[in-house]
Design a protein around this ligand. Structure first.
Ligand code: CS2
Length: 498
């Protein structure tokens, strides 16, 4: 039985013109949150917690959702009174929840000045971000704002800002001039220390501006703006036509933009909000001083292992994460990297039972009803792996141990997105998008070691420390050669036996 869980009562139609009325239009109320990155993850995570907070305590915490470029979700949301369904999917059941918390939405690329104007509006007290690891204009090689990025350069010259960091910086300037109301900027992306990371990049952008432009706003930042860190967790695959049809069947009306998600959900947040916050704990969010420990646990154990499963799965020719983890050698490799190479590098936050957490991970990856694609998890590996692997590599090598399965993760990643001449990684690898693809393939490489050197040392994809770990770089190269010459099964067997 679907649960249609609507905070505002069943009064209106989800879709204009639909015959059946099953969900509501939210009661008119003001927005207090501006969200940048109106993708599926935000709609199945922060929106659901905000709905629970509004149900519990009310408050002017409606969300204005800003999509970066695509009109698809924004147009559909306007046509549906900003209502959509979150389908919680497991092999046992599909249940529906309609958050109904968005008051408006628009596309930043079409209206960048509006982002700045909204950021300067004192009624907005929180800006949340889900712009992906790739959306922060961060250079792993310098560990600073990527001032060589043409978009950042254009944003520094002035005009309507197109990059997220510039939108925040320009919005903060406008807010400082408009009275400087307190504001919190809350990153909800899978980055370690995502709050201080965002703050650092915004400040670096402002420091690049001529003095007169940058200095007042820096004082305002010190006085009235906070950047709390948060750890977000919920597996949210892309929506498929099959899911859209299934939701239409359950709802009795057509929702063009439903979001599938797993039953598990978690949010750990630092409680440092300059202008108040919704009662997100009503949805189960944990407010804690240990967000760093939660982030490490999640980014390494879940996301790091997820990357391994995705690349090995794609090379084995399987379309989804549950298909991949069902293969005995991939399951063994996942268990080995998780327990032997990631777990030793983390300290569990108080109250988290790490063994239970790990058992849950295998059940979550195995959720066959979700259909999470290997190509989705494998996309943007150049930026994702930079968050997931450097700490655990250093931790293992400094203790005299060798992270063979992390080396295999990187080798499989390279075989997928920069396949050596004559090697066909298959359709799921080809479907992976990655901002470093062109740089990786621009120069032909002689063999695996040459490719690993180009990625890790020349391009510094995973930062400075990994670039100096020569034995690791060579091992990655040798594993690329094994994948190409003897197949991914051999590379997995070699890594497990090492
Ligand atoms: C995944 C994450 O795509 C990926 O890289 O590892 O999106 C993962 O599903 C989420 O972080 C789960 O919270």
């Amino acid at each position: 039985m679907p649960i249609i869980d609507d905070p505002f009562g069943p009064t209106a139609s989800l879709h204009r013109g639909a015959r059946t009325s099953v969900a509501s239009s939210p009661a008119p109320r003001a927005a207090g949150i501006l969200h940048l990155g109106l993708g599926s993850f935000h709609r199945a995570h922060q929106a659901v917690y905000t709905a629970a907070a509004l149900r519990a305590e009310g408050g002017d915490w409606g969300i204005v959702g800003v999509a970066s470029r695509s009109r698809r979700v924004v147009d559909a949301l306007h046509a549906q009174d900003h209502l959509y369904a979150v389908a919680t999917v497991s092999p046992e059941a599909t249940t529906l929840d309609i958050p109904g918390v968005h008051t408006d939405s628009y596309v930043a690329a079409a209206d960048p000045a509006r982002v700045v104007a909204d950021l300067s509006d004192p009624r907005i007290r929180i800006v949340t971000l889900t712009v992906t690891e790739n959306g922060y204009s961060f250079s792993p090689s310098t560990q600073h704002l990527d001032v060589t990025d043409p978009r950042v350069q254009a944003d520094l010259r002035g005009g309507a800002p197109m990059s997220t960091v510039a939108q925040l910086a320009r919005g903060l300037q406008a807010r400082a001039s408009a009275g400087g109301a307190p504001l919190s900027i809350l990153s909800c992306d899978n980055l370690l220390s995502n709050g201080s990371h965002t703050e650092k990049l915004v400040r670096e952008f402002l420091q690049e501006l001529p003095d007169a432009e940058g200095s007042d706003v820096l004082t305002y930042l010190d006085r009235a703006v906070t950047f709390p860190s948060s750890m977000v967790d919920r597996i949210v695959p892309s929506t498929t036509a099959e899911l859209t049809d299934r939701v239409a069947g359950l709802l009795g009306v057509r929702d063009e933009v439903p979001v599938p998600a797993e039953p598990f959900t978690m949010w750990a947040i630092e409680d440092r909000f300059a202008g108040g916050r919704p009662a997100w704990e009503a949805g189960g969010a944990v407010f804690t001083d240990e967000v760093g420990a939660y982030e490490q646990l999640k980014v390494r154990l879940l996301n790091g292992t997820h990357s391994l499963i995705a690349y090995l799965g794609a090379l084995r020719g399987v379309p989804t994460i549950p298909d991949a983890i069902a293969l005995a050698d991939i399951e063994a490799a996942a268990a080995a990297v998780l327990r032997g190479e990631y777990e030793p590098s983390v300290t569990a936050p108080a109250g988290v039972d790490i063994e239970q957490y790990e058992r849950d991970l295998f059940a979550r990856w195995g959720n066959s009803a979700l259909g999470h694609r290997t190509s989705q998890v494998g996309s943007d590996g150049s930026v994702k792996l930079g968050q997931r692997i450097p700490g655990p590599i250093a931790h293992a090598l400094d203790r005299g141990e060798f992270p063979h399965l992390i080396a295999l993760t990187v080798a499989a990643y390279l075989a997928c997105v920069a396949p050596p001449a004559g090697f066909d990684p298959g359709p799921h690898a080809e479907a992976m998008t990655d901002p470093a693809r062109e740089r990786l393939t621009a120069v032909p490489t002689r063999d695996g070691r040459d490719l690993a050197h180009r990625a890790i040392v020349d391009l510094r994809l995973f930062g400075d420390d990994v670039a100096h770990r020569t034995a690791f770089v060579d091992r990655v190269g040798d594993l690329v050669d094994t994948i190409v010459r003897r197949g991914v099964e051999s590379a997995i067997a070699d890594s497990l036996a090492a």
